[in-house]
Design a protein around this ligand. Structure first.
Ligand code: PBG
Length: 330
């Protein structure tokens, strides 16, 4: 054939492929989500093979290892004992609670590690929702927005007092970014960053996470606050609002099934953009790999590369340590 263009020339060797590669992964792109509990033991999580619920000591050790692999940040998710749960989730701003103690321990042991905390009521709420639940005279449940935001502000302040570098509201209440920013500033925490879960879908892919924390809603679903998976324009509306309210960084969650949304948000804001490869995404890859049906390393690195290609600057992923290890050995 007399072809004027032969795109394959740019793929003819590993060296050329590395020159023309448009996106790359590095351990510095990852945030490792860590589960923790009050127990002295480290417990494997049934719903997430390969993931552990850590004791405080175990948590510190795991974070240290992650940091040594080049992972700059962790995000904490606590399993709260049932007796500490309540309708308003007041335990979430207890300065001696599990998360503040963990933040202090991590900052003492690995000062250069960035510690991110999740801001939402679901681990603390006896109803298993991200906000305060009220029931009307017809027996219908509602999630109270503004009353919830007041408590989220207390939670964010509590985490800031403990030394969190970044607070990350994952609750999807309206107006919480502006209110949290304001109280942090009032209390002298102007250097604490806010990473907003701006675009969080009501996704079936969170199932294994809720199993890990025993945090599933007791009744109903989260569709009155988390977004409808069918919507894309609405994502841009949420991002614009969070940007106006003072978010330092925004997030899209889940990641793999929402690459188009990541790409659209990338075009709509100059803020740093995170994406969360959630528990269900992890589990699908992990279980297929464990069954011998896919090549784990290749499939995981491909999935993470795709998330970056879509426009994410960094990725929250349960594969962070494994992926960092693979990238180092390559
Ligand atoms: C709750 C929260 C959830 C996740 C992170 N923060 C679950 C939910 O909204 O029900 C899910 C993470 C995952 O599935 O890996 N505020």
């Amino acid at each position: 054939m007399n072809l004027g263009h032969r795109p394959r020339r740019n793929r003819k060797s590993p060296a050329i492929r590395s020159l023309v590669r448009e996106n790359s992964l590095s351990p510095a792109d990852f945030v490792l989500p860590l589960f923790l509990h009050e127990d002295a033991e480290n417990t494997p999580i049934d719903s997430m093979p390969g993931v552990t619920r850590w004791s405080l000591d175990g948590l510190v050790e795991e974070a240290k290892q992650a940091f040594e692999l080049g992972i700059p940040a962790v995000v904490l998710f606590p399993k709260i004992p049932d007796e500490q749960k309540s309708p308003k989730g007041d335990e979430c701003y207890n300065d001696d609670g599990l998360v503040p103690r963990a933040v202090r321990a991590l900052k003492a042991a690995v000062p250069a590690l960035t510690v991110i905390t999740d801001i939402a009521l679901d681990p603390y709420n006896s109803d298993g929702h991200d906000g305060i639940v009220t029931t009307d005279e017809h027996g219908n449940q509602h999630i109270l927005n503004d009353e919830t935001v007041d408590i989220l502000c207390e939670q964010a302040l509590c985490h800031a007092r403990a030394g969190a570098d970044i607070v990350s509201p994952s609750d999807m209440m309206d107006g919480r970014i502006g209110e949290i920013r304001a109280v942090l500033d009032e209390e002298g925490f102007e250097n604490v960053s806010v990473l907003s879960y701006s675009v969080k879908y009501a996704s079936a892919f969170y199932g294994p996470f809720r199993g890990a924390l025993d945090s599933a809603p007791k009744e109903g679903d989260k569709k009155t606050y988390q977004m409808d998976p069918a919507n894309r324009r609405e994502a841009l509306r949420e991002v614009v609002l969070d940007e106006e309210e003072g978010a330092d960084m925004v997030m899209v969650k889940p990641a793999g099934a929402y690459l188009d949304v990541i790409s659209a948000v990338r075009e709509a804001t100059v803020l740093p953009l995170a994406a969360y490869q959630v528990s269900g995404e992890y589990l699908m890859l992990k279980s297929a790999a464990d069954a011998g049906w896919i090549d784990e390393q290749a499939a995981v690195l491909e999935s993470l590369t795709a998330i970056k290609r879509a426009g994410a600057d960094f990725i929250l992923t349960y594969f962070a340590k494994q992926a960092a290890g693979w990238l180092r050995n390559d």
